[in-house]
Design a protein around this ligand. Structure first.
Ligand code: A2P
Length: 338
């Protein structure tokens, strides 16, 4: 294996995250020797542009992955389970964007700004975390490292992109139909999406009342931050935004610190841009987070409901397709070749 100038494969290249993986490799001048693109039978015959050339989209086979040094998977859990072990068997390191391996004890779950050291422990598969977990971890980690976080309460405002390219198309089509006064029957998500919001589309556990997304975020944040007992309460909501997730975070700290001190800690942390302009009422917004690698953080203030004074509230927004998925995966791949 040559991790110096690796041959790279993207599995799920035609998807919402896959197309951003191609763009990230190009924009970040990733020093690859060759790039091969894979998707399902549905995409046979398509080609996608990379560095000025049209690359064919190949139908995924185990043999096709035999030559890859690094395989970036973003094709869902079933495809990851079906093909990632074979890719590893052929000598590739897999960075997988699905939830298939994230909670496996032997699989590092990595946000480079938080736990890049975990990459070295991989045994062939490295998991890219859930998009909300990544964006929240970038904002929470600097406070946890500097002061210690003893409790987190989160409410999310999640974009269509988290449910894939088809959900983004559904948001566009549903909005067009709504504005034209036409009836529109959703086929990708269960509820009307135009000018509406709804509880995250993953199944609800009847015992806990948590949906699948909420459970993933709690478990993954604890694993990434190496805080297995961190109390986290979260409500995940899908909103009619195309590609950036926002999160309202309330954090109880080990000791009180002024909001200005928290702002300084966050401003000095990698991967964060402070947007916290009270005069202009200008705070993190998904339209400004879209297309950006940084997580936007603002509205940093004391949470008045905590009489101990130890709790702060903040609002963050991050591009689900970039830092929440493709960019984080490429940042992991960059560390593999260092
Ligand atoms: P395709 O476009 O051929 O269906 P998204 O998350 O935006 O829905 O994208 C999912 C990606 O995963 C797409 O590139 C899709 O390819 C790919 N994919 C889905 N199922 C498979 C499969 N069985 N084998 C290979 N690629 C798959």
């Amino acid at each position: 294996m040559s991790l110096n100038h690796p041959s790279v494969a993207i599995v799920g290249a035609t998807g919402a995250v896959g197309t951003e993986l191609i763009a990230c490799l190009e924009q970040r001048d990733f020093p690859l020797r060759s790039l091969r693109l894979y998707a399902s039978q549905r995409s046979a015959g398509r080609s996608l542009m990379f560095r000025g050339d049209g690359l064919p989209v190949e139908v995924l086979t185990e043999d096709g992955l035999a030559g890859a040094d690094i395989a970036l998977f973003s094709a869902g859990s079933a495809t990851a389970r079906g093909f990632a072990p074979a890719a590893v068997g052929h000598g590739a390191v897999v960075v997988d964007n699905s939830s298939a391996f994230r909670m496996d004890a032997g699989v590092p779950l990595v946000v480079p700004e938080v736990n890049e050291g975990a990459i070295a422990s991989h045994r062939g598969i490295i998991a890219n975390p859930n998009c909300v977990a990544i964006i929240a971890a970038v904002a929470l980690w600097p406070l946890h490292r500097a002061v210690g976080i003893s409790r987190v309460i989160a409410a999310t405002y999640q974009a269509a992109s988290g449910a894939g390219a088809a959900a983004m198309a559904e948001l566009r089509n549903a909005t067009g139909a709504y504005l034209a006064g036409r009836a529109f029957a959703p086929t990708v998500l269960r509820h009307p999406y135009a000018f509406n919001l709804f509880s995250h589309d993953t199944a609800v556990d009847r015992d806990t009342g948590a949906n699948g997304e909420e459970t993933k975020v709690v478990q993954e944040l604890r694993k990434i931050m190496q805080a297995p007992n961190l109390p986290i309460g979260i409500t995940c909501i899908r909103v009619p935004v195309l590609r950036a997730h926002s999160i309202a975070l309330t954090v109880e700290l080990a000791r009180p610190i002024p909001p200005a001190a928290a702002r300084e800690i966050l401003a000095a942390a990698p991967g964060i841009r402070i947007v916290d302009d009270a005069e202009g009422n200008h705070y993190p917004m998904p339209n400004e987070a879209s297309g950006q690698g940084d997580v936007l953080v603002g509205r940093i203030r004391r949470d008045g409901s905590d009489p101990s004074g130890r709790s702060l509230a903040l609002f963050v927004a991050g591009d689900q397709l970039l830092k929440g998925a493709a960019l984080n995966a490429v940042q992991i791949a960059e560390r593999l070749i260092m």
